[in-house]
Structures are given as structure tokens and as C-alpha cells.
Design a protein around this ligand. Structure first.
Ligand SMILES: Cc1cc2nc3c(=O)[nH]c(=O)nc-3n(C[C@H](O)[C@H](O)[C@H](O)COP(=O)(O)O)c2cc1C
Ligand code: SF4
Ligand code: SF4
Length: 181
């Protein structure tokens, strides 16, 4: 991708825990590609793996806040008064991504319809045997669980319970959407 100095608005969506260096890394990546980063948003949505955290978000309050952010960004772009350097949280070296050990598998309810294999963004499910997941390819996005019409796909209950316990303190309190200009 080449930016050719086009103005970019950076957006990260996270599951009410933390977005850490994501915006800083996104800015570095886009700047290297020739974009001019003019604004950034960190927005909260339901946690894709442990869905009890930030359940139901984005909600009506989020929608209102994000619409207001969009208006502010629009006025800023129209005014042409854009600061030379967008100051964002995050540091270098970026925090190492350790991976997520949760890889969904299908149980007895699987009808072999193949939808999960079709929709998996990583090609980790083989259409001829959708009950199995290639753990080396799976990115733990949980899309297959969301699309399965038979609710046949699940991750390990033990890992899910352990993960929820670990994240409980960090994820339970409502976090706000943030705008950086
Ligand atoms: C592999 C993986 C890692 C995640 N890591 C974090 C995290 O570090 N912090 C956090 O708050 N949410 C984390 N989440 C939750 C998602 O960021 C959150 O659910 C978000 O809304 C997903 O938005 P998206 O579907 O647009 O990517 C993670 C989700 C997945 C699937
Ligand atoms: S979407 Fe569900 S029912 Fe269909 S193949 Fe996948 S696991 Fe089986
Ligand atoms: S969790 Fe995501 S990457 Fe892993 S098998 Fe399901 S859809 Fe594919």
C-alpha cells in the first residue's frame, strides 16, 4: 500500500482490556507506507473470546460517542489545521504477541455444512473434515463459532474459565472510547 501523503484516521477496536501499542504500531506502519496520520480512535467492543466482557458493546452510548468523534475529526480535516505529529500512546519495542492457545473444535452437533471452513479467515478448517482445526494456522478469532448454525464449535471450557479469571480484573470495568487528535 502506498499512502502518497493521504490523510489517515487510525482505528483500533479492543475487548475492554487494553490496546497497548496497537495505535503506535499502526501509526508507524502507515507513516512508513507514506500516509499522513491525522487522528486516531480506540473503541471498545465485546470481547470476541470471553464474551462476558464488554457484552453488548458497542451500545447506544458508544454509538453516540463515536458519532461525536467522527464529527470532530471531520471538522478538524475541513479546517486544515492539522498538527504535524499525532501524539499516541504506546511504546517501542512493541509488546510481543504471545498467541492465544484457544482453538475451536466441533462437537457431535456438527452437520458438516462447511460454513465454518468457508468463513475462516485463516484457512484453518478443512472443508472435508470441519470438526478439526489446524492449530498452527488458527488465529483464535472465533469467527467459526459465531457463524456455526448448529452451535457445534467450542473452545476448551477449562481454558475459557482460566482465561476469564485471569482477565476479570482488567476487563470488568467499563472502558471509554478515546479520540486522539
Ligand atoms: C486473538 C485475540 C486477541 C485479543 N487480544 C485482546 C487484547 O489484548 N486486549 C483486548 O482488550 N481485547 C483483545 N481481544 C478482544 C478483541 O480485541 C475484541 O473483541 C474486539 O472487539 C474485536 O474486534 P474485531 O472483531 O473488529 O477485531 C482479542 C481477541 C482475539 C480474537
Ligand atoms: S459451521 Fe458448524 S455445523 Fe457447519 S461444518 Fe462448521 S462446525 Fe459443522
Ligand atoms: S477461530 Fe478463527 S482462525 Fe481459528 S478456526 Fe475459527 S475462524 Fe478459523
Amino acid at each position: 500500500m502506498r499512502g502518497n501523503k493521504a490523510q489517515a484516521v487510525l482505528i483500533t477496536v479492543y475487548g475492554n482490556r487494553a490496546y497497548e501499542d496497537t495505535l503506535a504500531e499502526l501509526k508507524d506502519t502507515l507513516t512508513d507506507a507514506g500516509f499522513s496520520c491525522t487522528a486516531a480512535v480506540a473503541a471498545v467492543a465485546e470481547h470476541s473470546i470471553m464474551r462476558r466482557f464488554a457484552a453488548g458493546r458497542p451500545d447506544a452510548q458508544d454509538a453516540q460517542e463515536l458519532a461525536a468523534f467522527a464529527e470532530t475529526i471531520r471538522s478538524r480535516l475541513q479546517s486544515g489545521k492539522i498538527p504535524a505529529e499525532l501524539d499516541l500512546p504506546g511504546s517501542q519495542p512493541y509488546r510481543e504477541y504471545g498467541g492465544v492457545p484457544m482453538k475451536p473444535q466441533a462437537g457431535k452437533a456438527c452437520t458438516r455444512c462447511g460454513l465454518c471452513a468457508e468463513q475462516c479467515p485463516a484457512g484453518a478448517i478443512h472443508i472435508s473434515n470441519p470438526a478439526k482445526t489446524d492449530a498452527r494456522l488458527c488465529i483464535s478469532c472465533m469467527r467459526c463459532i459465531a457463524v456455526c448454525p448448529s452451535r457445534a464449535r467450542k473452545v476448551s471450557r477449562i481454558l475459557l474459565a482460566a482465561g476469564s479469571l485471569k482477565l476479570k480484573n482488567a476487563c470488568s470495568k467499563r472502558k471509554s472510547n478515546e479520540l486522539f487528535l
